[in-house]
Design a protein around this ligand. Structure first.
Ligand SMILES: [Ca+2]
Ligand SMILES: [Ca+2]
Length: 175
């Protein structure tokens, strides 16, 4: 069963001692068990138990299923405002070598979404491990208060890709 959890803290949860800190974990209601919080569905008019409300449905026909819309905090009922991950060549200053760098914004309050990059040479077979990656810094909260920016360097440096193509995509799943 899919579930959604949120972390919250409040003054009433904090004990007098400053050596212990309590964290309250509350589950966002998901009464139709589709893995998408009911309040998120309600915000965008996705009716409970409707076929247009499943994780794989794409009611706005923008090519993004509802799970991806939720994970990236884009509206499932409009293709407007869709943030697009970016890929750019960037020099790693400590090495002087150029690497592909992949940037995307993801929802940061959902503990049960898994994000990962996958790679392919033919757009048919995808693998999460055929290229090594390294996170650049730590994810940075965005001004919207909902998402964070993730920046990943794809290894090895671009000179090692000479004469061949490698495609990269973002995969979102619920464990
Ligand atoms: Ca739901
Ligand atoms: Ca969509």
């Amino acid at each position: 069963m899919m579930s959604r959890w949120r972390l919250s803290t409040s003054a009433s949860l904090l004990p007098n001692s400053n050596t212990t800190r309590y964290v309250n974990i509350t589950r966002s209601p998901d009464t139709d068990n589709n893995g998408l919080p009911d309040d998120w569905q309600a915000n965008y008019g996705l009716t409970l138990n409707a076929t247009t409300s499943t994780q794989t449905a794409d009611p706005d026909n923008d090519g993004r299923p509802n799970l991806l819309e939720y994970a990236l905090n884009t509206p499932p009922n409009s293709s407007a405002g869709n943030a697009v991950p970016s890929v750019a060549n960037e020099v790693k200053s400590t090495e002087g070598k150029t690497y592909l760098v992949y940037r995307y914004d993801r929802r940061r309050t959902s503990l049960d979404l898994a994000f990962g990059l996958e790679f392919s040479t033919d757009l048919v077979t995808w693998s999460p491990t055929s290229q090594q990656t390294e996170l650049i810094g730590t994810p940075t909260p965005n001004a919207d208060g909902v998402t964070e920016r993730v920046v990943t360097r794809i290894l090895p440096d671009v000179t090692q890709f000479a004469g061949r193509k490698v495609f990269v995509r973002l995969k979102v799943s619920t464990p």
